[in-house]
Design a protein around this ligand. Structure first.
Ligand code: C2E
Ligand code: MG
Ligand code: MG
Ligand code: MG
Length: 290
C-alpha cells in the first residue's frame, strides 16, 4: 500500500467532503489509525540567509502519507485534528520526529522550527513535552525553534507571556508565525519573549498568482521589519517566489527568506544530501563544536 501512496500527489480530501457527519467519522477513524500506523511524516523547507545565501534554518511541515489517498497536506487535516483534540498526539509525534532529524543537522549549525497549534500552546504539559523531546533525541535546545501564529498568541496575553517565558528557560528559540495578519497590539510584542518574527506570505507573494516582479505589499514589509529591528528580532519572510522578492527583502533588511524560489519542502533524507552538498562545495562554514 505504501508504494502507491508514496508517489501519489493528488490531494484528495475536499473541503465539502469533511462537512458531512459520516465522512468526518471516517476521517476520525482514519486519523486514529494513521497515528497508530505512523503514517505522518515531516518534510523540511529551507530558510535561507538573504545575504549569505546559506540555509540557516529549516521549517518542519507535516504530511500524511495516506494508504489510499496519497500525500495529504496539513490544511486538510490540522483543523480536524484541532477540533477533535488529536492534534495533541500528532504534535508530540511531529516534535519528536523533527528533533531526531535535527540532531543530524546540528553539525551544520542548522536550526529546525516546528509549528505549534494554538491548542498545543494552551496545553499545560507543553513545556514537559518539549523538554522530553529534547532529552530523548539529545538535541541541543539552541537548535530547536517553535513557531506560534500571531493569532494564537493574542487571545490570552498574560498566559502567552507566561508560557513563552517557561519555554525560553529550556534554551530554545521562539518565533511568531504569519505576522501581520492578526491585528496585533504592538505594545504586547514588547512583552513576548520571542526571537523571530515571520512576515506572512500575503505581504510577500500575495495570494495565488501574486506579483513576481515586486513584493505584494512592500510598505507593510518595510514597516514590520522596522518594528522587528526595534525589538531586536530576526525577520523571516515567507512566500519568497522570485529573485525580485528576495532582492527587495534583502534591501529592506529581512534576515532570512523562505519560499519556492529557494526550495519547496523536501524529505529529511533530501536535506541530508543538500546540506552535505553545500558543505562539500564550501558554501557552508565548517561546523563549530556542538
Ligand atoms: P505555515 O507554518 O505558515 O507554513 C508555510 C506554508 O507555506 C507551508 O505550507 C509551505 O509549504 C508554504 N509555502 C512556503 N513557501 C511558499 C511559497 O513560496 N509559495 C507558496 N504558495 N507556498 C509556500 P503547508 O506545508 O501546506 O502548511 C500549511 C500550514 O499548515 C502551515 O503554515 C501551518 O500553519 C500548518 N502546519 C504545517 N505543518 C504543521 C505542523 O507540523 N503542526 C501544526 N500545528 N501545523 C502545521
Ligand atoms: Mg510556520
Ligand atoms: Mg507562516
Ligand atoms: Mg500559514
Amino acid at each position: 500500500r505504501a508504494k502507491a501512496a508514496g508517489k501519489a500527489q493528488a490531494i484528495v480530501f475536499s473541503e465539502e467532503m469533511l462537512e458531512g457527519a459520516p465522512e468526518r467519522l471516517a476521517l476520525e477513524t482514519d486519523f486514529r489509525h494513521a497515528l497508530e500506523r505512523d503514517e505522518f511524516t515531516v518534510v523540511y523547507q529551507p530558510k535561507v540567509g538573504l545575504k549569505s545565501g546559506v540555509t540557516e534554518s529549516l521549517e518542519a511541515l507535516v504530511r500524511w502519507i495516506h494508504p489510499t489517498r496519497g500525500f495529504v497536506g496539513p490544511d486538510l487535516f490540522i483543523p480536524f485534528a484541532e477540533e477533535s483534540g488529536l492534534v495533541m498526539e500528532l504534535g508530540r509525534v511531529i516534535l519528536e520526529k523533527a528533533c531526531m532529524d535535527a540532531v543530524r543537522w546540528q553539525q551544520h549549525n542548522v536550526v529546525v522550527a516546528v509549528n505549534l497549534s494554538p491548542i498545543q500552546f494552551r496545553n499545560p504539559n507543553l513545556v514537559d513535552e518539549v523538554r522530553n523531546a529534547l532529552e530523548m533525541s539529545g538535541l541541543d535546545p539552541k537548535f530547536l525553534e517553535l513557531e506560534i501564529t500571531e493569532s494564537a498568541v493574542l487571545g490570552d496575553v498574560e498566559n502567552t507571556i507566561r508560557v513563552m517565558n517557561e519555554l525560553k528557560t529550556l534554551g530554545i528559540r521562539l518565533a511568531i508565525d504569519d505576522f501581520g495578519t492578526g491585528y496585533s497590539n504592538l505594545a504586547h510584542l514588547k512583552h513576548f519573549n520571542v526571537d523571530v518574527l515571520k512576515i506572512d506570505q500575503a505581504f510577500v507573494r500575495g495570494g495565488n498568482g501574486g506579483p513576481l516582479d515586486h513584493l505584494s505589499d512592500g510598505a507593510i514589509v518595510e514597516a514590520v521589519i522596522g518594528m522587528a529591528k526595534a525589538f531586536k528580532l530576526h525577520v523571516v519572510a515567507e512566500g519568497v517566489e522570485s529573485i525580485n522578492h528576495a532582492d527587495e527583502l534583502r534591501t529592506l533588511g529581512a534576515d532570512l527568506g523562505q519560499g519556492f524560489y529557494f526550495s519547496r519542502p523536501v524529505s529529511g533524507e533530501g536535506i541530508d544530501e543538500f546540506l552535505a552538498a553545500e558543505f562539500s562545495s564550501g558554501v557552508r562554514q565548517p561546523a563549530t563544536a556542538v
